[in-house]
Structure formats: structure tokens, C-alpha cells
Design a protein around this ligand. Structure first.
Ligand SMILES: [Zn+2]
Length: 178
């Protein structure tokens, strides 16, 4: 496996909509290796999600894994591979929460997102995934799906005043545990 180079904002690939993954290509060793490399790259840079355009590949593909230790999540999210993901709102509730992005390094900002959604996708074997997601998992799904359309979380912020550096986020925003 290889660690892939992560594209940052400013690189056109981050702003280019991706094309769907074909079923035959999903089964190919090249695609399966890309998925493994994306997982490895996400772990290497302590990300909790990574979309293919962030590693210079214009495909509708993303990986997610949230450890329970992340202060933003209610629960750990196991490794999830999303191929051609589509989500639809379940209810109209939105929640404000903190996001960061490997393509926007060292920053965090508050982003409004749907509180609950229905996710439809394929897994890495091509089997359909159809599930509801809430909370931080729902947030990460929306963040990764945005990447597949050439969007980043900064585009979704309603108030840029919450934007802060990661260091200051941990110093002033995260409540120290008593
Ligand atoms: Zn991102």
C-alpha cells in the first residue's frame, strides 16, 4: 500500500466534480488498491474521511472511519467505503458542528448540516448500502459527498467567524476534561 499525496484547495482537482465508478472497474485490482491506499492515507494524516478527488482521482468514492476518541463524535464509526454515494434528507433538522479537512489543513470551522439522512451507495464489493445516519456520521457523509461535487466545507459555512486554527480549537473550544 502507498500513502497518496493529498490535494489542497487551490488545486483544480479539489473543485472538479467526479464521475461515478463503473461496476466493472470497482472489481478491478487498480480500484481495490486505490481504496486501500485511500484508507492508508486517511490513517497517515489522522483524517476521519477522505474522498477520491482529494488524492487527485476524479471518482465518486470516499472512505470514512471515526475513532471514539474524536471529541466531536457520539460514537465510533467503523471503516466505511462509499462508492457512488447519494444521500437524501430525513426530516428538516440541521445542526451546527465543527469540521476540518485534509485539503484545508490545520483549520476548523462550524458548518450547518442535516441532522439525519438516508445514505444509498455501494460498498467496495459492489453490494448496495441503504441506511440511515445521524449525528457526526451523517455530518462526515455530507462532507465527503460535497467533495465529489467539487465543494469543500468552507462553502457551507454561514458565518466565517468560527473559523480557527486546529491549535486554537483545542486550546479555546474543546472543553478540557475535569
Ligand atoms: Zn474534506
Amino acid at each position: 500500500m502507498s500513502i497518496l499525496k493529498v490535494a489542497r484547495i487551490g488545486h483544480p482537482v479539489v473543485r472538479t466534480p467526479s464521475r461515478p465508478v463503473e461496476r466493472e472497474e470497482l472489481a478491478s485490482p487498480r480500484l481495490q488498491r486505490l481504496i486501500d491506499d485511500m484508507v492508508e492515507t486517511m490513517y497517515e494524516y489522522d483524517g476521519i474521511g477522505l474522498a477520491a478527488p482529494q488524492v487527485h482521482v476524479g471518482l465518486r468514492l470516499a472512505v470514512i472511519e471515526v475513532p471514539a476518541s474524536d471529541e466531536r463524535t457520539e460514537a465510533a464509526v467503523p471503516l466505511t467505503v462509499l462508492v457512488n454515494p447519494v444521500f437524501t434528507p430525513v426530516g428538516e433538522e440541521t445542526v451546527l458542528g465543527w469540521e476540518g479537512c485534509l485539503s484545508v489543513p490545520d483549520l476548523r470551522g462550524q458548518v450547518p448540516r442535516l441532522a439525519r439522512l438516508r445514505l444509498q451507495a455501494l460498498d467496495r464489493t459492489g453490494s448496495p448500502v441503504d441506511m440511515e445516519a445521524t449525528g457526526f456520521f451523517a455530518r462526515v457523509i455530507q462532507h465527503e459527498c460535497d467533495h465529489l461535487d467539487g465543494n469543500v466545507y468552507l462553502d457551507r459555512m454561514k458565518d466565517l467567524r468560527s473559523l480557527c486554527f486546529l491549535h486554537e480549537f483545542h486550546r479555546f473550544v474543546v472543553q478540557p476534561e475535569e
